[in-house]
Ligand binder design. Structure first.
Ligand SMILES: NC(=O)c1ccc[n+]([C@@H]2O[C@H](COP(=O)([O-])OP(=O)(O)OC[C@H]3O[C@@H](n4cnc5c(N)ncnc54)[C@H](OP(=O)(O)O)[C@@H]3O)[C@@H](O)[C@H]2O)c1
Length: 343
């Protein structure tokens, strides 16, 4: 098959490209030419087309001439972008695969305080209610996220993206709702705060009680990429939505235990009530709202399984985090306040 990956040269894309090339497919990556793999370069033999997805129509002739069987758009930010995507490829491609996020669920809005009402039952299945408010994050948070994710536009919201991609009578779509993705190249360095404390040989790592128990979906980047490659090459995926992520949404404290095992750290993991937890360790939001997701559909319908086991995934992520630490914010590592709270 001929596949086009829009935004395929960042954190996740090179792994998708590698999985597709390994299976004998022809892959083209569309991007601006600024990012060449966050941690893994694009595999050799990949065709690249340079252009800007914010002005996708300007590249329409080149992209349509390619006549891809499937277009995987890794970096759709808004309904407007998705509408333009469908317009460009209608009549030129057979299917669109869009990366979405678990942030479409109402549970995300309950956690962030933007959705009124009761807690959402978990696990979240593909038919769980979506947010009623069509703004995922307030403008100041969008601006902060744009510093990390250059593809995010001011209208960021995956709900209208999904509607456009699944609502076209002539061009079928597939939507993949991604979990929090970890691995080499993670732009958010999700493991780093715990890893640094373990490498600094802290005697104890503190958690606010509710944060320790909070469950959210996660997926290792190569495993998420394998799910994307599978959905892109499975005809059966047309018209479907799939949650992607590990089978079990572990609590934060369990992730800390796994990291402790992997690093050999032997300190104490300590949970504290909110009023005794140092301010820099308090997680915002309604942590009674878990984000546990049900990923059985992609496993049952597309026979998805993770190619990399979790222990190996954690080892690879730790190795990369140690070699590529982010800039340190001293306020986020106020060990004095942590010692005082623990005493
Ligand atoms: N990471 C997570 O935890 C997570 C969770 C849920 C969902 N997701 C989804 O995963 C996707 C992000 O994938 P990623 O982490 O691989 O992204 P990434 O690392 O930020 O890579 C961005 C890619 O898009 C290209 N790009 C950026 N702006 C562009 C533009 N204006 N025109 C053309 N290409 C552009 C970049 O290449 P150039 O710079 O060369 O253009 C690069 O190839 C998003 O859809 C996100 O919603 C991620």
């Amino acid at each position: 098959m001929r596949l086009l990956l829009i935004g395929g040269s960042g954190f996740i894309g090179p792994h998708v490209a590698a999985a597709l090339v390994r299976s004998g497919h022809l892959v083209t990556v569309f991007h601006r030419g600024r990012t060449h793999g966050s941690a893994r370069p694009l595999p050799s033999g990949i065709h690249e087309i340079l252009g800007d997805r914010r002005r996708l129509s300007e590249s329409a002739t080149t992209l349509r001439t390619l006549a891809p069987h499937v277009v995987v758009d890794l970096v759709l930010s808004s309904g407007r972008q998705a509408h333009e995507l469908m317009t460009v490829f209608r009549g030129a491609a057979s299917r669109i695969v869009a990366l979405s996020s678990c942030d479409v669920y109402r549970a995300c809005g309950v956690l962030h305080g933007s959705e009124p009402g009761s807690l959402e039952p978990v696990p979240l299945t593909e038919s769980s209610p979506l947010r009623t408010g069509l703004q995922t994050y307030p403008p100041e948070r969008i601006r902060m996220l744009q510093q990390v994710f250059g593809w995010l536009d001011d209208e960021y919201d995956k709900i209208p993206v999904e509607r456009e991609v699944l609502g076209d009578a002539d061009l079928p779509g597939t939507v993949l709702r991604l979990p929090m993705v970890y691995g080499p190249g993670d732009p958010l360095h999700r493991f780093f705060p715990m890893l640094k404390r373990m490498d600094d040989r802290r005697p104890a790592i503190l958690f606010e009680e509710k944060h320790a128990a909070w469950r959210s979906p996660r997926g290792y980047v190569e495993n998420v990429a394998a799910a994307i490659a599978l959905a892109a090459t499975s005809e059966h995926a047309a018209g479907h939505i799939y949650n992607v992520g590990e089978a079990e949404s572990l609590p934060e404290l369990e992730w800390a235990r796994l990291l402790a095992t992997a690093t050999g750290w032997t300190g104490d993991l300590v949970t504290l009530p909110a009023d005794r937890t140092p301010a820099h360790l308090r997680a915002p939001g309604n942590l009674d709202q878990h984000w546990t997701t049900d990923t059985r559909r992609i496993r049952q319908e597309l026979a998805y399984t993770e190619p990399i086991d979790r222990d190996e995934a954690i080892r690879r992520t730790i190795d990369w985090e140690r070699a590529h630490p982010p800039p340190i914010d001293p306020g986020a590592f106020d060990y004095g306040a942590e010692d005082a709270a623990f005493r």
